[in-house]
Structure formats: structure tokens, C-alpha cells
Design a protein around this ligand. Structure first.
Ligand SMILES: [Zn+2]
Ligand SMILES: [Zn+2]
Length: 277
């Protein structure tokens, strides 16, 4: 049918009346990102917080699924409801990661954390402790009831912290159960682009946050997108496909996605953000 109409085949995800027909007629459809393009599996929880799988189980599952690295991101200490990492858990987990990494020559486990954005916009842990992680996803997990101005200031301040590499599930929505908190997304996108902070598409089927319509605005503002699984056990490893689907729906190609990059480039992104590149 498309051939008869003189159009390139429009991938199903793009069929939303957002300019795809004109692009297909002009031969300018984007080469959409695919799951197999991803080198890094980011945002997962181990049994050090509320996840069901161990460090080694995550590494083996991600390597078997074709990823080249996994970014572990347990909850931070303020997320007491999720058994967040206490300060004295951190060296224990990092030693376990170092041990597991010794088994691999073609795969790497990164020591990340999903740090709570506290009520005043600061991140969980002291700066010294934060510096000990390979990368940080900063997320709001509390005080959802703030008004838009205060919530926006809170998130902007978190993005100003040089340890913030990725803003996690940016609007906090839970599909069918919790509305997004009020946030001036365009202000967030402008700051993220300015600071070199990536914004997450969270692949948890209850979240799918950032919404695909907003992803297009983020990319237009110059923001890099990170695909995060937010998986709490290796049995949920496949949710990344949903995140890739949302990325495709937002017209993303490999060029806009952070974790298509090899681990060295991913860590260079974090280092630039921290100001020592
Ligand atoms: Zn979270
Ligand atoms: Zn998470």
C-alpha cells in the first residue's frame, strides 16, 4: 500500500499524524533506534535495595542479552521505603562489583545509584560519597504535592549538581494511578541541554516517563535521552523493549540516545558533566 502511494514504509510507531507522511513522501523517515543498538543496560535495582537479583545475576543476564555494560542503580539511603543503600552498604556493593568485573573481559558493571532528589533539590549523600559512584541517576520519590514553581526549582537545582548525569522518570507519573507532578518541562529541557544532563525514558510499563510527545520537545531543545529499564529483577530485563518503543514513537535515532554509546563514551559523558573531562 505504501509503495502504491509512493511512500516509504512508515514504521507503526510513527503513525500518529505528526509529519510522518510528508517525511515518507520525501524519503526522509528517520532510521529509528533499535534494541540491538543499545550497548548499556541502565537503571536496575539489586538485592542491595528493593531488587530481587544480585550483582552477578544482573551482569550475566545483561551480557547474555547482548549488552556490553550494565549500570546498577539501587535506591539511595533516603528511600527508606525501598531499603535504600546505607553508607556502609556502599563499599560492600562496590567490592562485589569489583569481584564480578574480574570475570569479564568483554563486559563491565558500573557502580551507579538512583539518588533521591530531596525536598530542597539537593541530592542524597554527601558530595564525597556521590563522587564514589560511576554515575548518578537523580529522581524524585517524595513530596509529589509541590506546586509547579517549587517542583521545577527543585528539579532544576538537582540538575545543577555536577554529579547528576541522568534525570530519572522526570514527571513521576504512574499510568492509571498517579498523575505527573506539575513541572515546567521546557525549563527542565533547556537546563538539561545547557548542563549536559541526560533525560530518561523510563521503560517500566507503569511509567513510560518521559511521555513520547514530550521526548520530541526535549530532543528539539538539544537534550540527550537515556533509556532506563528501572527493572527490579532480571526477569524484567525485557521491559527495555518498551522504552525503545517509546523512543521510536518519539522519532529517536541512535544519535540522540546516550546508552547506544560504548562504556568509555558513556563514562566520558559523566566526566564532562562533573567538569573533569
Ligand atoms: Zn525511581
Ligand atoms: Zn528505579
Amino acid at each position: 500500500m505504501y509503495r502504491e502511494l509512493g511512500l516509504d514504509l512508515i514504521p507503526a510507531e510513527l503513525r500518529e499524524g505528526q509529519g510522518e507522511i510528508a517525511a515518507a513522501a520525501a524519503g526522509r523517515l528517520p532510521a529509528l533506534v533499535e534494541r540491538s543498538d543499545l550497548a548499556g543496560f541502565l537503571h536496575c535495582h539489586t538485592n542491595y535495595s528493593d531488587g530481587a537479583s544480585t550483582v552477578a545475576e544482573w551482569a550475566d543476564a545483561c551480557r547474555a542479552a547482548g549488552y556490553r555494560y550494565v549500570g546498577l542503580t539501587d535506591h539511595s539511603k533516603s528511600a527508606a521505603y525501598a531499603g535504600g543503600l546505607r553508607e556502609d552498604d556502599i563499599p560492600r556493593q562496590h567490592a562485589e562489583v569489583d569481584d564480578a568485573n574480574r570475570r569479564f573481559t568483554d563486559f563491565r558493571i558500573l557502580k551507579g545509584v538512583e539518588a533521591d532528589i530531596l525536598q530542597d533539590g539537593t541530592l542524597d549523600y554527601t558530595p564525597e560519597i556521590r563522587a564514589g559512584f560511576d554515575f548518578i541517576i537523580a529522581s524524585v520519590h517524595s513530596r509529589y504535592g509541590m506546586d509547579e514553581a517549587r517542583m521545577t526549582q527543585r528539579v532544576l537545582k538537582a540538575m545543577d549538581d555536577p554529579h547528576t548525569a541522568i534525570l530519572g522518570h522526570p514527571t513521576g507519573r504512574l499510568l492509571l494511578s498517579r498523575d505527573p507532578y506539575p513541572l515546567d518541562l521546557d525549563a527542565i529541557f533547556a537546563r538539561a541541554a545547557e548542563r549536559g544532563v541526560a533525560i530518561e525514558i523510563n521503560a517500566d510499563p507503569q511509567r513510560l516517563d518521559l511521555d513520547w510527545r514530550a521526548v520530541r520537545r526535549a530532543v528539539a531543545a538539544g537534550v540527550t535521552i537515556s533509556l532506563g529499564a528501572d527493572a527490579h529483577g532480571v526477569s524484567a530485563i525485557g521491559v527495555m523493549e518498551l522504552g525503545v518503543g517509546i523512543a521510536r514513537k518519539a522519532w529517536l535515532t541512535k544519535a540522540e540516545v546516550l546508552n547506544v554509546e560504548p562504556v568509555e563514551a558513556f563514562l566520558a559523558f559523566v566526566a564532562r558533566r562533573r567538569g573533569h573531562s
